[in-house]
Design a protein around this ligand. Structure first.
Ligand code: FE2
Ligand code: FE2
Length: 169
């Protein structure tokens, strides 16, 4: 369990780095609101990594932060970058599920209970990223629409109706 949790520390820091790279890409394209949104996501992912770190330490485990692969730095389009983020969140959801499976197999209820927060968090993260991808698709070539959407509505977590409401506003 300790080794699997260490892996996840790397995965969460990896997500953080990927979102920094995406934020920098958006910033370079003049998409300030999207850039800020992704810088915020990057810092949330760092917080996730730190939650795992604290838990490993509190549980008397050994923290070993694995090597973290360089994030992707070239994106074909805004949609490409957001799609990559959604794929990333889907992968993390799978990783969290596997951690819960492992904790359950090992009758490690304390770890399973700790992981509950992440199970809920992944639902929100998937919804919010899926929502953003919908907005990006609705916007087509009108990137300023996405900027305005993010500025006015944020990409509210758990707000699957956000895109629909933005479209009728
Ligand atoms: Fe995360
Ligand atoms: Fe995430």
């Amino acid at each position: 369990m300790n080794a699997a949790l260490n892996e996840q520390v790397g995965n969460e820091f990896g997500a953080s780095l990927q979102y920094v790279a995406i934020a920098a890409y958006f910033s370079g394209e003049g998409l300030t609101e999207l850039a800020n949104h992704f810088y915020k996501q990057a810092s949330e992912e760092r917080d996730h990594a730190m939650r795992f770190v604290k838990y490993i330490v509190d549980a008397g485990g050994h923290l070993l932060i694995p090597a973290i692969a360089a994030p992707k730095d070239v994106f074909k389009s805004v949609a490409d970058a957001v799609k990559l983020s959604l794929n990333w969140e889907q992968t993390v959801t799978k990783q969290i599920n596997e951690l819960v499976d492992l904790a359950t197999r090992e009758n490690d209820h304390i770890t399973a209970n700790f992981l509950d927060w992440f199970v809920n968090e992944q639902l929100e993260e998937l919804t919010s990223m899926d929502n953003l991808l919908k907005v990006v698709k609705l916007a087509g070539d009108n990137l300023l629409y996405i900027e305005e959407y993010v500025a006015r509505h944020g990409i509210a977590k758990g707000d699957a109706g956000g895109a629909a409401r933005a479209a009728v506003d």
